[in-house]
Design a protein around this ligand. Structure first.
Ligand code: RM4
Ligand code: MN
Ligand code: MN
Length: 395
C-alpha cells in the first residue's frame, strides 16, 4: 500500500463510527427455539456494560440504539437514569426505536390499523419516544413497523397508506430542530402478503410527505434476493434522503447474520457508492451507520466486535477506490478498467493499515483478542449465571 493509500485509510477510519443495537446483547431466538447464553445481558445496565466492551476495544461505537419496550419496560420517562447508565460505560444513547408491534392491540397493525383508537395509541407511543429522544439528546427516531396483511383482499391498502401518512406527519411535527425521523422499509415478515412500507420507494414517499426532517433507513436484510441495494443507496444519496443503515448480512431473508459474512462485496459496493458521492460532491453524507443484528449461536459481544472490525475493513477498502481513474474510465467506456478500480480496492489487504491505525490510537491491534484476554466474558458469565434468564426481545 502506498503512503497516499495509507492516508486515505486513516482519514476514512477517523471518520467512521457505528452504532450498536441494545437488543444484540440480550437473549433472543427464532420462532423455533431460544438458545440462552448465561452471559447474555438482561437489563439495560448490562446491555450498556457489554456494548461498552465493544466500544472500549474498537473505539468507534460510542452510541447504543434503544428499543423502547425491550429496554425501558417501565416506560419512556426515565431519561435521566438511561443517561447515567450509558455514561457509566463511556457511552451515550443512540437512536430511539419505538415498539408498536408487540402488544396484543397491534394484531392488525399500528399506524395502519383500521381502528382509530389503536392508531392513536401507536402515535402516542411514538410521540413519547420523540420526547424520550429529546430528553436523551438522541438525534434519530428510528421507525420500523410490522404493519401489513397476510391474505389478499383483507385490508384496504390505500387507506392504510393514508393513515401512515397522517401518523408520520403528526410524529414529525413533534420533532425538535435537532431531531430526525428515519423510516425503515421491509417487504416481508411478520406480514407475508403485503407490508405497509414495503420498499425504499414507499419509505421515500412517506418520508417526503411527513416533513423535511424525515429520511429513509436502509436495513440491508430488508430486500428481495438479488435486489441491487447499492443502486437504492445511490438514488437516496442523490435525492438527499439517505438517513441511515441497519447493517447485517443475509442469505435468504432478514437473517440478521454477521455483516460481511455471506457477501462482503455487497457491503463494499454500498460503501463505494457513498464514497463516490462524497468525492464527487465534496460533501460528507450525513448517514447514521448502525448495526441491526442479534445472535443466538455466536457469543454476542465477540460477534459485535467481529462485525465492527468487518465494517471498518470494508469501509477502508472503499476509501481506496481511485475515483479520478474510475471516472475517466467510465467516461471513456473502458469497462474493464472501470470495474477493476472497484476490484483493486476490494482485493487490497487493509488489515495491516487498520491495525496500525488502532495502535496509533492506543487501542489493541486486535480488539477480539484484547476482549478475550480481558476476562470480562468469564466474569459476567459467572455473575449472571443461575439467575432467571428471560428472552427480552424477539429480534
Ligand atoms: C425488524 C427491523 C427493525 C428491528 C426489528 C427488531 O426486522 O429490522 O429495525 O428493530 O426487526
Ligand atoms: Mn432493522
Ligand atoms: Mn430486520
Amino acid at each position: 500500500m502506498t503512503a497516499k493509500q495509507n492516508d486515505s485509510v486513516v482519514d476514512a477510519l477517523n471518520a467512521f463510527q457505528i452504532e450498536l443495537p441494545s437488543w444484540g446483547f440480550a437473549n433472543t431466538g427464532t420462532r423455533f427455539g431460544k438458545f440462552l447464553q448465561a452471559g447474555a445481558a438482561a437489563t439495560l445496565e448490562e446491555k450498556f456494560s457489554d456494548a461498552g466492551q465493544v466500544h472500549r476495544w474498537t473505539g468507534v461505537c460510542p452510541a447504543v440504539a434503544l428499543h423502547v419496550l425491550w429496554d425501558l419496560p417501565a416506560g419512556t420517562g426515565i431519561a435521566g437514569e438511561v443517561h447515567t447508565l450509558a455514561s457509566r460505560h463511556g457511552l451515550r444513547a443512540g437512536s430511539v426505536n419505538p415498539n408498536v408491534f408487540q402488544d396484543q392491540v397491534n394484531k392488525y397493525g399500528s399506524l395502519g390499523n383500521p381502528d382509530r383508537d389503536v392508531r392513536r395509541q401507536a402515535l402516542d407511543h411514538i410521540l413519547d419516544s420523540v420526547e424520550l429522544g429529546k430528553a436523551l439528546g438522541s438525534r434519530d427516531l428510528s421507525l420500523w413497523f410490522a404493519d401489513g396483511s397476510n391474505y389478499p383482499g383483507t385490508q384496504n391498502i390505500r387507506h392504510r397508506r393514508r393513515w401512515f401518512e397522517e401518523g408520520l406527519t403528526a410524529a414529525h411535527a413533534r420533532l425538535s430542530k435537532d431531531q430526525r425521523m428515519l423510516v425503515e422499509y421491509k417487504p416481508f415478515e411478520p406480514a407475508f402478503y403485503h407490508t405497509d412500507i414495503a420498499d425504499w420507494g414507499m419509505a421515500l414517499v412517506l418520508a417526503r410527505q411527513s416533513g423535511p426532517k424525515a429520511r429513509v433507513l436502509v436495513d440491508t436484510g430488508h430486500h428481495y434476493l438479488a435486489q441491487n441495494i447499492e443502486q437504492i443507496v445511490a438514488w437516496l444519496l442523490d435525492e438527499g434522503m439517505l438517513g441511515g443503515f441497519h447493517f447485517n448480512d443475509r442469505r435468504y431473508a432478514d437473517d440478521d447474520l454477521t455483516l460481511g459474512s455471506i457477501d462482503p462485496y455487497q457491503v463494499f459496493r454500498i460503501f463505494a457508492e457513498i464514497r463516490f458521492y462524497e468525492w464527487e460532491t465534496g460533501k460528507r453524507a450525513d448517514i447514521a451507520y448502525m448495526v441491526d443484528q442479534s445472535h443466538n449461536l455466536k457469543g454476542k459481544i465477540e460477534e459485535m466486535i467481529q462485525t465492527v472490525m468487518t465494517a471498518q475493513e470494508l469501509y477502508a477498502k472503499a476509501a481506496l477506490i481511485d475515483f479520478p481513474r474510475l471516472t475517466k474510465a467510465q467516461n471513456e467506456q473502458r469497462l474493464i478498467d472501470a470495474e477493476n478500480t472497484f476490484k483493486d480496492a476490494f482485493s487490497t489487504d487493509v488489515r495491516p493499515a487498520v491495525r496500525e491505525w488502532r495502535r496509533a490510537r492506543g487501542l489493541g491491534e486486535d480488539p477480539l483478542a484484547a476482549f478475550r484476554e480481558s476476562g470480562y466474558m468469564g466474569r459476567i458469565t459467572r455473575e449472571r449465571a443461575g439467575r432467571e434468564s428471560a428472552v427480552s426481545s424477539y429480534a
